[in-house]
Ligand binder design. Structure first.
Ligand SMILES: C[S@@+](CC[C@H](N)C(=O)[O-])C[C@H]1O[C@@H](n2cnc3c(N)ncnc32)[C@H](O)[C@@H]1O
Length: 548
């Protein structure tokens, strides 16, 4: 009898974290029994429950075997991270050796389920340029982070009897261990031991600290956000990214973004409100767009119902979720000399409408979440999975949490394609996002009216967020703030599940990897998802190697 694919998927997910089938089997069986075979619960949030149960069982084992040698070689390997001491004191980085210790087995790629067939998004939202051929190896960041956490838990709970074998030196007492892990988390959260007194001053320029192993910037935002956003390169090998940090979108030149109070009809705003609109017994006019209910909770999260709706429209779009242009700007740009092909459709988007300047509420109103900007602790880091720089959170994030907006220059389609032509051979990574939510409207949109955001030269933290097919942990939701039509709007990124500290933040760009005619060539996807849509990866092991 063929094995139940749900078991296979669970084993595969755990294998990517270096946990063997033998270790998982008894835990999985127990959970299935406990949950009355409710697989959905076990599969939720990337098998979070299974992983937690695994770590609990490890802790129990350690409690039982305190002072004894590790049970097997396998355990021993896991308990001894090959951490590498930099500069001989408190700076630690992962070495290539460690990448091997932490690496994942070359397992089979999980066959796509029927559900995955529905993920054919014909309208690429963000379509990015070719990936350079600098794949660095199989270590996925989530694996490292999970490992880091689990390793640190192991250390803090049980001093390793073999600590003396560690590259970083003997590790006999807990205070020593804790001190080291504190230093690691210190680097992650605050950076290496630089002059923090200076760095914490927002008016100071960001300082790059460069030594053999770690490059660190304490604030790439140059003080323009409410929070500092650090950048770290543990490989020490990558050039720092060249771009100008901007916290809000700016028109490059020709894009006509007509922001004026006169365009906002009185009945489409809440000039009579005051204070916080979320505390009203009857929601004000600004909740009309979301069916008469605000999209946000008083705690500042997306409401579950709204998030679920957005997610199901993005991942399982039905025919009626698409609109079709009479003459599609995207098709027009594919080949100027031919008559453009028929529009392939654009996903109907669920918009959030925030209160704005004409509204009577104050800036702390719960319906002004995105415009208040970033509040999470984020970090740019150099990934080890061939994706270049990426973004991770430094704190646990709840489901439905606003992370950041995708900010860049507002370009017309014409300006974008001119840029793409000029830069096609230069840039390893590309950053344009199409603002195509209104492209299905009645009239024919010309290339000056069709807009996009390009964060290549000017952008915010979101320009570093990598793509992951289907099971990314962020979702992009369009937000109307200043402009009532859908020519121009904001793209806000929210978590679609709980995200653990140090997990990489990813977003499904909506790329159709089979669309070889697209004006912007797609990169070879290294997302590592079981549901990766890039068929070029079949058989290359990329998926297996980068799973998270
Ligand atoms: C918006 S940028 C993300 C930040 C980028 N990694 C960097 O280093 O600046 C998009 C680019 O990142 C790379 N990228 C993003 N996701 C990727 C993935 N899943 N696989 C491979 N490359 C990816 C591609 O080069 C893409 O053009």
């Amino acid at each position: 009898m063929a094995p139940n694919p749900r078991f296979t998927n669970a084993y595969n997910a755990m294998r990517t974290l270096g946990i063997s089938d033998d270790e998982v089997r008894p835990i999985l069986k127990r959970l299935l029994k406990e949950f009355g075979s409710n697989w959905e619960l076990i599969e939720e949030d990337n098998y979070e429950i299974l992983l937690d149960a695994y770590f609990e069982s490890l802790e129990h084992k350690q409690e039982e075997g305190k002072g004894k040698a590790p049970i097997s070689n396998h355990d021993e390997e896991r308990a001894i991270p090959k951490l590498h001491l930099v500069n001989g004191d408190d700076m630690v980085s992962l070495t290539d050796n460690e990448v091997q210790v932490l690496s994942i087995e070359d397992n089979e790629i999980v066959p796509k389920t029927s559900e995955t067939k529905m993920i054919n998004k014909p309208s690429p939202l963000l379509h990015l340029g070719p990936l350079s051929s600098y794949l660095k190896g199989p270590c996925d960041d989530l694996n490292v982070n999970r490992r880091f956490k689990s390793i640190s838990a192991l250390y803090q709970n049980t001093p390793s009897p073999n600590g003396a074998n560690l590259t970083m030196g003997p590790c006999h007492d807990d205070s020593n261990v804790n001190h080291r892990f504190k230093s690691i988390s210190d680097i992650y959260q605050n950076g290496p031991n630089l002059n923090h007194a200076n760095l914490s001053n927002k008016t100071q320029p960001a300082i790059a600290h460069e030594n053999n192993h770690v490059q660190f910037l304490n604030d790439i935002t140059k003080g323009s956000e409410k929070v500092e956003i650090s950048l770290i390169d543990e490989t020490g090998s990558e050039k720092l990214p060249k771009f100008n940090y901007i916290p809000n979108n700016i028109t490059y030149q020709n894009a006509n973004v007509n922001i004026s109070l006169a365009r906002i009809a009185d009945e489409d705003c809440c000039s009579d409100c005051s204070g916080n609109c979320l505390s009203l017994s009857l929601p004000c006019a600004c909740a009309k767009e979301t069916g008469g209910e605000f999209a946000y909770t008083p705690q500042g999260l997306l409401k579950k119902k709204f998030l679920k709706l957005c997610m199901s429209m993005a991942t399982k779009p039905q025919h009626n979720h698409f609109v079709y242009c009479q003459e599609c700007p995207l098709e027009r740009s594919r080949n100027n000399e031919c008559i453009p092909e028929e529009c392939k459709g654009h996903l109907v988007r669920k918009f959030i409408k925030e209160c704005w300047r004409k509204c009577g509420c104050d800036m702390q109103c719960g319906n002004r979440l995105v415009q208040r900007g970033i509040t999470c602790k984020l970090q740019v880091f150099f990934t080890r999975g061939g994706k270049g720089w990426g973004v991770r959170t430094l704190e646990d994030l709840p489901k439905g949490c606003f992370v950041c907006e995708y900010v860049g220059e507002i370009l017309t389609n014409t300006e974008l394609y001119e840029r793409v032509l000029q830069n096609s051979n230069k840039d390893r990574h590309t950053y344009p996002v199409t603002l195509d939510a209104d492209w299905g409207s009645e009239k024919v949109l010309n290339d000056e009216e069709a807009l996009c955001l390009d964060a290549t030269y000017n952008g915010n933290i979101a320009r570093f967020i990598n793509h992951r097919c289907f099971d990314a942990n962020l979702i992009d939701i369009p937000v109307e703030v200043e402009v009532p039509d859908r020519h121009y709007y904001h793209i806000a990124l929210f978590t679609n599940r709980k995200v653990k500290a140090y997990e990489e933040l990813t977003w499904d760009y909506g790329i159709d990897f089979d669309d070889h005619e697209h004006p912007i060539k797609a990169f070879q996807c290294c997302c590592g998802s079981n549901f990766c849509r890039d068929k070029k990866n079949k058989g290359t092991g990329l998926k297996a190697k980068n799973k998270s």
